[in-house]
Design a binder for this molecule. Structure first.
Ligand SMILES: *Cc1c(COP(=O)(O)O)cnc(C)c1O
Length: 428
């Protein structure tokens, strides 16, 4: 029963556009009413009707060690009594920057912001300021937050709601955003040739998570790196999802490719609003107050947010086996689902890297936005609701990766696999 959630959603719609503060939460593409969450602990979400769910989104990534982690909770509680914001520098910001640099290759300087959107928006501005060029290339179905320049063929909520063009974004802004299909290096080469000397940056999710999970084809990222070197283009890895999830050093380390700039969000704040962008000294020194590329934030480096992120990142750095555990759990889930779905009369493609995984209802491999968009969304809707009814909270969109957390136990994994098995039987 979801009577309390239904009543809250009706009330929310009176005051908040669409009843939500971020569009995918509204369940529009899967239908039905969103579930209102009352609390969370470990791997579970509890809703306002006291239903319990295995959480497969982890707040879209941050809760990688589960909800209400005791060390993070204690650290926030201790900090909060000392004041919540000063608008002046703190030692904690240095410790956070040092910690990130010790985990991530190739970051000389790093600046804290308040969201992934801010991080990506600032990284593009910086790349433009540094190179003196205006255009940049992004990939169809990748999402880099909701700053104007990125809302051209974006994934995540735009893909979920099937929004092609966003009113409110001027042609002048959109014309500098060039778009290539993911995993298609020829199209990147064509765009670079057609806009020679005009491209400031290429921004990419090194493993895409905003059109479901899509892996980079072998050699694809290496080829982009090479083009950037040859054409003096700034390579920006958007690691808002992959950072601190694919491993302590993110995609850069796992895939062994150095980006020039890298953006973070999600895990970096442990569930508090934090983002960051960093990279090579020569580029980062163009940021104010050192350089003229202006970027600022009243709450940037906020002490509560910093202590939360610092505590989570320290856990991840000091216990590298956590990644092995979480990857093994996700692999077990992957194998279990694969076995179960092989008995279904419909076709399923499971994409996974580490603890990012997604189930696509498709006969063909899903390697880019076009193949993700061609999946059977009706079946996804059914699968989503079948899971919800059986105590599993999946992303309410086929265009989002699942994010597992390390509080997940074998019994939870078994339950997700069993529910998939029952779903196949009901739909065979
Ligand atoms: C979530 C996300 C963003 C935007 O981050 P916000 O904190 O929601 O602004 C940017 N890039 C990627 C890859 C993301 O997944």
């Amino acid at each position: 029963m979801n009577l309390n959630s239904e009543a809250l959603f009706a009330e929310a719609k009176q005051h908040i556009p669409g009843g939500v503060n971020s569009p995918v939460r509204a369940f529009k593409s899967v239908g039905g009413n969103p579930i209102f969450i009352k609390k969370a602990a470990g791997t579970y979400l509890f809703d306002e009707d006291d239903n319990k769910y295995i959480d497969c989104i982890a707040s879209w990534g941050p809760m990688i060690l589960g909800h209400a982690h005791p060390k993070i909770t204690a650290a926030i509680q201790e900090q909060v009594t000392k004041g919540t914001s000063y608008g002046a520098p703190t030692e904690l910001e240095i410790k956070m920057a040092q910690l990130i640099k010790s985990m991530v290759p190739n970051v000389d300087l790093i600046r804290m912001v308040n969201s992934g959107t801010e991080a990506c928006m600032s990284a593009i501005r910086l790349a433009r300021g540094y190179t003196g060029k205006n255009k940049f290339i992004k990939f169809d179905g990748c999402y880099h937050g909701h700053a104007d320049a990125f809302l051209v063929k974006a994934g995540s909520g735009m893909a979920t709601l099937n929004i092609q063009n966003v009113p409110g974004i001027s042609d002048a802004v959109a014309k500098d955003t060039l778009v290539a299909p993911y995993n298609n290096i020829e199209e990147v080469q064509k765009l670079v040739a057609a806009n020679k000397g005009e491209i400031a940056a290429i921004i990419i999710e090194p493993v895409a998570g905003n059109m479901g999970c899509i892996l980079p084809a072998p050699g694809f990222l290496e080829a982009i790196r090479k083009i950037c070197d040859e054409e003096k283009i700034v390579l920006i890895f958007d690691e808002v999802m992959t950072g601190f999830r694919l491993g302590a050093g993110g995609a850069q380390q796992l895939l062994n490719i150095d980006a020039d700039l890298v953006t973070y969000g999600k895990i970096i704040g442990a569930g508090l609003p934090v983002g960051a962008f960093g990279g090579k000294k020569e580029i980062m020194e163009c940021i104010a107050p050192l350089g003229k590329v202006y970027q600022a934030g009243t709450l940037s480096g906020n002490p509560l947010a910093m202590i939360a992120g610092f505590t989570l990142l320290s856990e991840l750095k000091n216990n590298p086996s956590l990644y092995d555990e979480l990857n093994a759990k996700t692999e077990a889930l992957h194998k279990g689902l694969e076995t179960v779905f092989s008995t279904a009369k419909f076709s399923v493609q499971i994409n996974r890297l580490g603890s990012m995984i997604s189930v696509h209802f498709s006969e063909k491999p899903v390697t880019d936005f076009a193949s993700a968009a061609a999946c059977n969304n009706e079946l996804f809707k059914k699968y989503f609701h079948y899971n919800l009814d059986n105590g599993i909270y999946l992303p309410p969109s086929a265009f989002e990766s699942w994010f597992l957390n390390n509080a997940l136990e074998q019994s939870d994994i078994d339950h997700i696999i069993k529910v998939a098995k029952d779903f196949c039987e009901v739909n065979n």
